[in-house]
Write a protein that binds this ligand. Structure first.
Ligand code: AMP
Length: 281
C-alpha cells in the first residue's frame, strides 16, 4: 500500500492512472476504521483496477461544540487493515494541506441540507460536500463508495454529482451491523459497556418502526414517532435529537404514511451522538 500525504503527489498519481485508463474506486473516510468501512473498500476492490482510501478528519464538517478534537485517530491500525484489503493508495492529507488558505470556497446542496442531520448540525453538509468535491478533483475516481448508514450524506453527494456534472459514479452500500444490530460507527468506541448495551435499542426502535409501518398498525407518522420516543425515554442519560419518517428522495417529513419511507434517528447516549436509519420498502 502506498501512503500519500501531499495533494500534488496524489494528483500526479491520479493523472498517471487516468492515462493508463485504469478504473479507480475511491472510499473517503475519517479513519478509525471498522467493518462498515472495510465493506466499502472490499466492494471498491472488486469493481475497480485500483482503490484509493482517504483518511481525513475534516474540520469543516464539525460544529464548534462537536467532537472534532476527540474524534478517534488510529492511523497505524487503519493502515494495517487497508494493507490487508490490498488498497492501492491511502491518501492522508493534513488540514493545512487541504485548506491552505484557512477558509475555503464552498459547495452547498441547499435542496437537501436543511432536514434531519442538516437541521441538527448547521453547516455540516457544506463541509461534507466541499471536502468530497475537493477529493473528487484530486483523486479523479471512476466510482466513489458511500455507506447508507449516512443516508442524507449519500443523497447530498448524489445531488452534488448530478448538479455539478461531476464525472463520478456514486455507489451506495448497505449499512453493516454488529451481531445485535447496532450499526458499526467510529463513535461506538466512546460508549461505556452499559451504554453499548443500551445502544442496541436504536436498531430495535428502527425495527419496530418498520413493523408498525409495514403491518399498517399505526396510521399516522406522528403516532409511530411518539411510540419510538417511548423506547428512548427508558434509556438513562439518553436524549433524542430527532426521530423522523421522511420521503427517501426529498427527505421532507411525511404527513401521511407512504412507502418507500425513510425512518431516521439521531440520539445521544451519554456524551455519544449516534445516527441510524432504515428505508421501509
Ligand atoms: P466516516 O469515517 O464515518 O466518515 O465514514 C466513511 C464512510 O463509511 C461513509 O460513506 C459512511 O457512510 C461509511 N460507513 C460508516 N459506517 C458504516 C456502516 N456501519 N456500514 C456501512 N457504511 C458505513
Amino acid at each position: 500500500v502506498r501512503i500519500i500525504h501531499s495533494v500534488s503527489e496524489m494528483q500526479s498519481w491520479a493523472s498517471r492512472v487516468q492515462g493508463q485508463r485504469f478504473s479507480v474506486g475511491f472510499v473517503p473516510t475519517m479513519g478509525a476504521l471498522h467493518e462498515g468501512h472495510l465493506a466499502l473498500v472490499r466492494r471498491a476492490r472488486r469493481e475497480n483496477d485500483a482503490v484509493v482510501v482517504s483518511i481525513f478528519v475534516n474540520p469543516l464538517q464539525f460544529g464548534p461544540k462537536e467532537d472534532f478534537k476527540k474524534y478517534p485517530r488510529t492511523l497505524a491500525k487503519d493502515l494495517k487493515l487497508l494493507q490487508k484489503e490490498k488498497t492501492s493508495v491511502v491518501f492522508v492529507p493534513s488540514a493545512s494541506m487541504m485548506y491552505p488558505a484557512g477558509t475555503s470556497a464552498k459547495v452547498s446542496v441547499p435542496a437537501l441540507d436543511h432536514a434531519l442531520e442538516g437541521a441538527a448540525r448547521p453547516g455540516h453538509f457544506d463541509g461534507v460536500a466541499t471536502v468530497v468535491a475537493k477529493f473528487f478533483h484530486i483523486v479523479q475516481p471512476t466510482r466513489a463508495y458511500f455507506g447508507q448508514k449516512d443516508y442524507q450524506q449519500v443523497r447530498v453527494i448524489d445531488r452534488m454529482i448530478k448538479d455539478l456534472n461531476m464525472p463520478v459514479h456514486l455507489v451506495a452500500c448497505a449499512t453493516v451491523r454488529e451481531v445485535d444490530g447496532l450499526a458499526y460507527s467510529s463513535r461506538n468506541r466512546y460508549l461505556s459497556n452499559r451504554e453499548r448495551e443500551e445502544a442496541v435499542k436504536i436498531y430495535q426502535a428502527l425495527f419496530l418502526g418498520r413493523e408498525l409501518v409495514s403491518e399498517k398498525i399505526m396510521k399516522k407518522p406522528a403516532q409511530i414517532v411518539k411510540r419510538l420516543h417511548q423506547i428512548f425515554a427508558r434509556i438513562p442519560k439518553c436524549k433524542v435529537d430527532y426521530i423522523a419518517l421522511a420521503d427517501p428522495e426529498t427527505l421532507e417529513p411525511l404527513k401521511k404514511i407512504r412507502r418507500p419511507a425513510l425512518l431516521a434517528v439521531a440520539v445521544r447516549i451519554g456524551r455519544t451522538r449516534l445516527i441510524d436509519n432504515i428505508v421501509i420498502p
